[in-house]
Design a protein around this ligand. Structure first.
Ligand code: NAP
Length: 548
């Protein structure tokens, strides 16, 4: 017999749970205990993954001290069996023995997989429930298809929390999970999340839809499920503790999108201006999936990045004249009636930093590239009265753009002989650690270089320009300016530009430091391998000598 939901409520009132639970792993009890200890200062809610220990039952008494000295913290004991996606090789009876022992040692919550519950006798389950708070879990490692059926099987059993974890294979799977959570909100204490990269948004939006809490990794590399993000990212970037049903949802959509710094910048802007909104990264494998997700969540605004800037134009109910002229949209507003309206803020991102430095009317501006960013530059600058020149790897598209934007096409071979006021790099050359520049030194005949590439902050082109004492505008300025316009379109408030620039600069510095550390490690590894090879080679002649 199931208890009524009000009885559940009075029972779980004991658990005043934070939003984020960190899964802690370790190869032995001492390591796990140490790891938990280091996390507890900032994270009072931990799941100890006992199944990662070689002998969980024997190890449990060694974890008791941790519970005793941290009465303020909430611990979940989990001993998931290997057949259910965990590491524990023992039987269901052994899993039950571990969870009972954990309960007796003072763990307030234990996690039991549905498949294990199905194998236990009713009195064994009742006994466990009498001892400890029970989280009944079900993991679907393939899809997000049958949430209602899966939950129907779970709700046969009495539990304090029901944890339903599915696998997202597209963005719309998150919508299915949100709708399910909204439906069960108020009747059951649910924890719902979609795994995998496509499901990352469910880790933030789940709590908005009614999930009591969500799971996070302690650090990158310590994930216990695919798509898990770190607790600090959930708290510091997404402000998960503030997310509620009134929180508006925005996002950057593209493929790929995980490298995007838009979430860091936009969430900081929302925080600074106290806007109850969250900005997510939406990895859209198709525009159709993205549009279905936008309507299903629903999402209030989108920043559109590669490869959908052109494709999305056909899905818009209306757009501003520049978007129509350029044929590319980077900003979408979803109106109350569900219709999508498009804007192009890349133009402002290019024009505003230039206008802060020179008069554009009559200025000779060379644009490298003929893609989306080059189109925004060409039309935006032409509208300001600049003389626009284009050069491109594929001359045909460069010639076409020059014609459309009333500019001139310049052959690469002629660049060294020409003089410009501004050169804009609108190609990806120099991005993400690439050491190339889109031009040679002799072709940099200009007063100002604007490199639209913003990661890394100091590209090869920027360094070359500085070495020739040419003024530089880094791509970061475009990124912040186009984001500032987006913020204003979405919220109607002035954007906190200084804050936005600051957080992106810091994020790029962190990224550069991480990359330098990785490079150092790789070099050290190479060095060790080389030393080993030298040692091996040194042994060979000795062998040969013996032979002779
Ligand atoms: P896109 O539409 O794909 O266009 C890329 C352009 O670069 C094309 O003209 C392409 O020439 C050219 N190109 C690509 N690889 C090249 C190479 N190896 N050598 C020479 N030319 C090459 O991309 P997009 O949206 O315009 O973006 C271009 C770059 O602008 C991005 O990579 C990004 O770094 C930067 N961007 C920055 C911001 C910002 O906020 N700072 C915003 C948007 C874009 P073909 O025609 O021959 O293919």
């Amino acid at each position: 017999m199931l208890e009524s939901s009000s009885t559940y409520a009075s029972r779980i009132r004991r658990f005043r749970l934070p939003r984020v639970c960190i899964a802690v792993v370790g190869s032995d009890a001492a390591t796990m205990s140490e790891r938990a200890e280091s996390l507890l200062r900032d994270n009072p809610f931990l799941e100890l993954r006992l199944d990662y220990l070689p002998q969980p039952l024997a190890a449990l008494p060694k974890l008791k001290h941790l519970l005793e000295i941290h009465p303020e913290a909430t611990f979940i004991a989990t001993c998931r069996r290997a057949v259910n996606g965990g590491k524990f090789k023992g039987s269901v009876a052994s899993e039950l023995a571990v969870l009972r022992r954990a309960a007796d040692l003072g763990f307030p919550l234990v996690d039991l997989e549905l498949q294990s519950a199905e194998e236990l006798k009713a009195e064994e389950l009742r006994d466990l429930w009498d001892r400890v708070g029970l989280i009944l879990s079900h993991h679907n490692f393939r899809s997000t298809k049958k949430l209602d059926e899966e939950f129907a099987a779970m709700s046969q059993y009495r539990a304090d929390f029901y944890k339903l974890v599915s696998t997202a294979t597209n963005l719309y799977d998150n919508v299915l999970m949100m709708k399910f959570l909204e439906k069960t909100f108020g009747t059951h204490e649910m924890v719902g999340v979609c795994m995998e990269e496509q499901g990352i948004i469910s880790r933030v939006l789940g709590v908005r839809a009614g999930s009591v809490f969500t799971f996070a990794a302690a650090t990158k590399g310590e994930e216990t499920a695919p798509g898990q993000v770190t607790a600090s990212e959930l708290r510091d970037v997404y402000r998960i503790e503030m997310v509620d049903q009134a929180t508006q949802v925005y996002g950057v959509a593209g493929d790929p999108v995980s490298h995007s710094l838009s979430p860091v910048m936009m969430n900081a802007a929302f925080r600074r201006e106290t806007v109850n909104a969250v900005f997510l990264a939406l990895h859209a494998k198709s525009l159709k999936d993205l549009l279905a997700c936008v309507q299903g969540i629903p999402i209030r605004g989108l920043s559109i990045t590669m490869p959908y800037k052109q494709e999305i134009v056909a899905a818009l109910a209306n757009s501003d004249p520049l978007t129509r002229l350029i044929g590319a949209c980077n900003t979408v507003v979803r109106a109350a009636d569900g219709k999508l309206y498009g804007f192009n803020t890349d133009v402002a991102g290019i024009v505003v930093p230039l206008e802060q430095r020179l008069t554009l009317a009559g200025a000779r501006v060379l644009i490298l590239g003929a893609g989306g960013a080059a189109r925004a530059a060409a039309f935006g600058l032409q509208a300001k009265g600049a003389e626009v020149f284009i050069t491109n790897r594929t001359p045909a598209s460069g010639v076409a753009l020059a014609r459309q934007a009333k500019g001139k096409y310049v052959k690469r071979a002629e660049l060294a002989k020409q003089q410009f006021d501004v050169i804009i790099n609108a190609t990806p050359v120099g991005m993400n650690g690439a050491k190339q520049a889109p031009l040679e030194e002799k072709e940099l005949n200009t007063k100002l270089v604007f490199d639209l590439v913003y990661n890394p902050a100091e590209t090869k082109l920027v360094k070359m320009a500085r070495a020739k004492s040419i003024e530089v505008i880094p791509g970061l300025e475009m990124f912040v300016q186009q984001g500032a316009r987006q913020f204003e379109i979405w919220t109607g408030k002035p954007a906190p530009i200084a804050e936005m620039g600051y957080v992106v600069t810091k994020a790029l510095e962190r990224k550069a430091a991480e990359e330098a550390e990785e490079e150092e490690k790789a070099l050290a590894k190479k060095g060790t391998a080389r030393k080993a090879a030298v040692r091996k080679a040194a042994k060979k002649p000795a062998k040969a000598t013996r032979k002779r």
